[in-house]
Design a protein around this ligand. Structure first.
Ligand SMILES: Nc1ncnc2c1ncn2[C@@H]1O[C@H](COP(=O)(O)OP(=O)(O)OP(=O)(O)O)[C@@H](O)[C@H]1O
Ligand SMILES: [Mg+2]
Length: 1019
């Protein structure tokens, strides 16, 4: 059963905390667990035992009993508040915070309104309790900066209302002299968002009169003792209470620091949003009341009253004309038909009028103050709110002299007791009967009879008072008393001096009547409109003065307001705090047995305990219970189709509860112990989270799926669109391509025809294309003749031009880059080319071989030879082989070319000299195509047959030095030469195994070149 993790954890925590607060376990925390529920003594013993350990709180079920310790116990710390937040009622020791927290959470879960009824006699600790509850909510409720403002205002409304509505009495140094019901409004999130205060009958007589040992309202002392000098000066006041008639009656009060209270109260007014002017007017009224109290009268010769003191300051403070005020205090205005007659007052009457005015002024100012605070607390947001009402009303009190106000206060307490009885004892028992729950009735005292005695129409005290006030003729206190005796003489709770027995009569005066209240016997003694102060103006509207309607008596008004309160309360779920006074002397740690026993008795705590013990802590209609807890049982979740009662039973069986823990009524389920309910609630909490997690998971899955589907759809759509776009682009491209190709083909086909757009575009393209390709394929060297791109016909001409240009450009570049030596070399090569190109096989191979200046250095040439020809300047020299003209014997020689002649030198001998002049026309030099052989004409004894390795070079040099170009002839086949003038010789050429030259049989010179040794290499 309910064995899930969270519960385990919670139990562990409770055990732990239980151990921590072992001290708190003194006695019994809940009277329901008391052995003897009928023994008042056991009840009191338990209370006392706990009280002695400073444990002032004890439960009777969910009702909290609080005993006033009259000392600070350190149990209202923030830490304590945190301990009690969100913890089930019975998990921690009894505390006002536990009750506050439980009410709060029940309100949030059930979304309904609640109220906490704090009752007890004067000084029992009701106001303290209500303040603690408010403070708890201020800390425990979630808050935001905006809410903090509302929360602060609610908190500070207390010091203001206490200053104006609380006073020292014999029973209590801070006794509430008005009833207060405060609604704290919460939104769905549980945030405290606003508040509203209803005030009930302020004891205004206290302003003008206080019993011996009692004091006026705190505000007067706060102002006189704590007010700033400047404030007092403006109000015309002195810092001495003894100077004011309304304050002199009160005794001293040491427990209060009025200076601090004054500051707190002023700060509170500021927080509540009172303007400076409003504050000024408010204190103006308080000051003026003190001044009014000091107004004295003297009688003239006729006995008419005249004020002794001037009321000038009142003019300033209230804004009422002095004359009007004096008239109001000393004359009675009688309206007779159309006339108004002023009848003068005696001194007594004038004093009475003064006090009446003062009381009315204070009372209405108090009402204005409450309204103002309400404006400040109001939450204007119209969203649904739930409320927790705090009822802190003046407690039941018995004084030596009990005036009309005590009558009202005690009547109010009767009403609340009646409500308590109605809601707990009576209706509860009636309900058990109605629901057919086995039940043994518990006897209790029903104070209905006293309530009726006071409030019953026509026969109640209030009705009789009303009748007496309205009756023609002179109505006095005594006639009223007579009327009461006449009408209520037989009532068991009503006694007068005349009706009482001997013994009782001694304790009463003739003008008294006594009521036997639920809380004890109490003997009662029968005994404005033009203003400039805006608050006064507001409190005394001019229309009121003109109203002819007879006002309701205060008692009737009070009765109606209590009816209203009862209505407000019965519409809400109740929580009770019963405050007990530990002793009459406000002494810490003193437990007055008799006094407490008396309170326990009249508050009906024993009866309540008996009903609780025998009864059931919790009941709910089957439908409501089923609706809330159906998730706890698989059979009822998510729907129960059968009868609700069966569904509820299924749930309880499923949770494992035995039959003595609950009872099934006609329409409701009754659960005996709160712990059972808490356990169910815990299970529900856990289950709720699990369900929420499941729902969340489902929802998240659903959402994510939905999102995924949406995204997928979107992606498909985008894809489709994108494909469409791409396809369209592709189509456009293709269409364009087709067009271009068509145009191209057309252009191609008509390229030779007259220019049209198509073919000119085509041709432009061809040109462009060719040129761009050409750009990348240009020949890199002048010698590269093959690289040039073959041009299409249309650019043939341009291509040729470009080729030439390019060639020129390359040549130019080359030329610019060559040296003088290279230039000479080229010129020589150019000449060689002229001479031999195409004529000699070995020519192409020779081109790449550079010519040298000379093949022989000066050291190689004989000294003598040098000396002989030096003057001619040697231009070139080379070793050669000369073949004899007859035997063709090879002779090594040096061929030296000077400026003027060519020499053949053998060592030191100058063998032949051929002047260049003698070299004529072509044929002066002839050479074979296939070998390095040449015939040189010009020598006078015949031609010279020479062979050298650098034939091209030597011949070219000869041409250059001789400055003759046409002297060379390249011959094919045999060379014919003149052996002697007139005698011819021939040189033939062949190839063989070995290179050689010899005289052939035919007498020719046979030059054989080796097959491996070609003539070319030798060239
Ligand atoms: N829980 C408490 N802890 C300490 N002191 C307390 C506590 N409750 C009450 N008192 C003391 O008792 C005094 C009277 O309490 P309180 O004013 O709340 O009484 P009351 O029931 O409101 O009386 P009345 O009906 O006259 O307004 C307080 O001023 C305070 O000193
Ligand atoms: Mg109070």
């Amino acid at each position: 059963m309910l064995n899930c993790d969270r519960l385990q954890r919670r139990k562990a925590r409770v055990n732990m905390e239980g151990a921590l607060v072992a001290r708190d376990q003194v006695g019994i925390q809940d009277f329901v667990l008391l052995d003897s529920i009928t023994s008042e003594t056991a009840f009191l013993d338990n209370l006392k035992k706990r009280f002695n350990e400073n444990l002032i709180y004890t439960y009777i079920g969910t009702l909290l009993v609080s005993v006033n310790p009259y000392k600070e116990l350190g149990i209202y710390t923030k830490k304590q508040m945190e301990n009690y937040m969100g913890v089930n009622f019975f998990e921690l020791p009894p505390h006002i915070y536990a009750l506050a927290d439980n009410a709060y959470h029940t309100m949030l879960t059930e979304m309904n309104n609640h109220f906490i009824l704090i009752s007890g006699e004067s000084g029992a600790g009701k106001t303290e309790a209500s303040k603690r509850i408010l403070q708890f909510y201020a800390v425990s409720c979630p808050s935001t900066s905006l809410l903090d403002r509302a929360r602060d205002r609610m908190l500070v409304s207390n010091p203001v209302l206490e200053a104006f509505g609380n006073a020292k009495t014999l029973k209590n140094d801070n006794s509430s002299r008005f009833g207060k019901y405060m609604d704290i409004q919460f939104n769905r999130e549980g945030e405290a968002v606003g508040g509203h205060i209803l005030s009930y009958l302020l004891e205004k007589s206290r302003v003008v009169y206080q019993n011996h040992g009692e004091r006026n309202f705190h505000i007067f002392y706060q102002l006189v003792e704590g007010g700033e000098e400047e404030t007092l000066r403006l109000l015309g006041l002195e810092r001495n209470c003894q100077h004011y008639c309304y304050l002199v009656q009160g005794g001293t009060l040491n427990t209060v620091n009025y200076k601090n209270d004054w500051k707190t109260m002023q700060k509170a007014l500021f927080v509540l949003g009172f303007s400076e002017k409003e504050t000024e007017y408010l204190f103006g009224i308080i000051g003026s009341i003190l001044h009014l109290g000091n107004v004295q009268f003297e009688a003239d010769s006729k006995g008419y009253a005249h004020p002794l003191t001037a009321c000038c300051i009142l003019l300033q403070l209230l804004g009422v004309h002095v004359q009007v005020l004096q008239e109001a205090l000393t004359f009675k205005k009688i309206e007779a038909k159309t006339e108004e007659v002023l009848s003068p007052f005696s001194v007594d009457h004038a004093i009475y009028a003064r006090d009446a005015l003062t009381k009315a002024l204070y009372d209405r100012t108090f009402t204005w103050l409450v309204n103002k605070i309400n404006e400040s607390l109001e939450n204007k947001d119209s969203t649904k709110k739930t409320v927790i009402g705090l009822l802190d009303i003046y407690g039941f009190e018995v004084f030596y002299v009990n005036s009309f106000e005590q009558f009202c206060i005690n009547y109010c307490n009767e009403k609340l007791q009646q409500l308590f009885i109605q809601l707990t004892l009576k209706s509860e028992q009636e309900e058990y009967e109605a629901e057919d729950i086995e039940w043994e009735p518990v006897q209790f005292f029903n104070n209905r009879i006293i309530c009726d005695l006071v409030e019953q129409r026509h026969s109640g005290i209030i009705s009789i008072l009303d009748e007496e006030c309205m009756r023609p003729g002179e109505a006095t206190d005594l006639t009223f008393l007579e009327r009461l005796e006449e009408r209520l003489g037989n009532h068991p709770h009503f006694v007068t001096h005349r009706l009482a027995d001997q013994k009782t009569r001694k304790t009463m005066d003739r003008g008294d009547f006594r009521l036997l209240h639920y809380a004890g016997e109490v003997t009662y003694c029968v005994v404005m409109h033009q203003a400039k102060n805006s608050i006064v103006k507001h409190c005394f509207p001019p229309t009121e003065a003109d109203s002819k309607k007879r006002p309701e008596t205060v008692a009737t008004q009070f009765k109606s307001s209590l009816m209203g309160l009862t209505k407000i309360l019965t519409a809400k779920e109740p929580w009770y705090v019963r405050c007990l006074k530990s002793n009459e002397d406000k002494q810490p740690g003193r437990f007055d047995h008799v006094l407490v026993r008396h309170q326990v008795k009249y508050l009906g705590l024993m009866e309540h305990l008996r009903v609780r013990r025998a009864g059931f802590a919790y009941r709910r209609r089957y439908e409501v219970f089923l609706h809330r807890y159906k998730p706890l049982c698989p059979a009822t979740w998510p729907h129960w189709r059968g009868v609700p009662a069966d569904g509820v039973e299924r749930i309880l069986k499923h949770l494992g509860y035995s039959e003595d823990e609950y009872k099934m009524g006609r329409t409701k389920i009754f659960i005996r112990h709160p712990r059972t309910l808490f356990a169910i609630e815990d299970a529900y909490e856990i289950c709720k989270h699990e369900l929420a997690a499941k729902i969340q998971a489902k929802y998240k899955g659903y959402k994510v799926k939905g999102e995924y589907r949406k995204k997928k759809e979107a992606a498909t759509k985008i894809e489709t669109c994108w494909r469409g776009v791409q396809a369209r682009k592709e189509r456009e491209k293709r269409a364009w391509a087709v067009k271009v190709i068509k145009k191209f083909i057309k252009g191609y086909m008509t390229r030779h025809q007259a220019a049209t757009t198509d073919n000119s575009e085509y041709l432009t393209f061809v040109r462009h294309n060719y040129l761009t390709r050409l750009k990348d394929h240009l020949p890199k060297t002048v010698l590269d003749k093959s690289t040039w791109l073959t041009p299409p016909p249309v650019v043939k001409e341009a291509s040729e031009m470009l080729r030439k240009l390019h060639m020129r450009l390359m040549v130019r570049k080359y030329v610019r880059g060559i040296t003088a030596a290279q230039k000479t070399q080229l010129q020589l090569k150019g000449l060689t080319s002229e001479l031999f190109k195409g004529k000699k096989d070995s020519y192409p191979q020779s081109v790449s071989r550079p010519f040298v200046d000379t093949r022989l250095s000066e050291q190689d040439i004989n000294m003598r030879v040098l000396q002989m020809i030096r003057h001619e300047r040697i231009k070139y020299s080379i070793p050669v082989v000369k073949y004899d003209r007859n035997g063709f014997k090879p002779r090594p020689r040096q061929l030296i070319l000077t400026q003027t002649a060519a020499y053949l030198v053998e060592e030191a001998k100058m063998k032949q000299r051929i002047e260049y002049r003698s070299l004529k026309g072509d044929r002066s030099v002839s050479g074979s195509l296939s070998s390095g052989l040449m015939g040189l004409k010009g020598w006078r004894h015949g031609d010279l047959v020479l062979q050298c390795d650098h034939l091209f070079e030597a011949v070219t040099k000869l041409c250059v030095v001789a400055n003759k170009r046409n002297i060379v002839k390249v011959v094919q086949g045999s060379i014919k030469f003149d052996i002697q003038p007139g005698k011819e010789g021939f040189v033939d050429f062949g190839s063989g195994q070995e290179a050689m030259a010899y005289k052939a049989k035919n007498g020719h010179l046979m030059v054989v070149s080796a097959s491996l040794w070609c003539g070319c290499c030798r060239c």
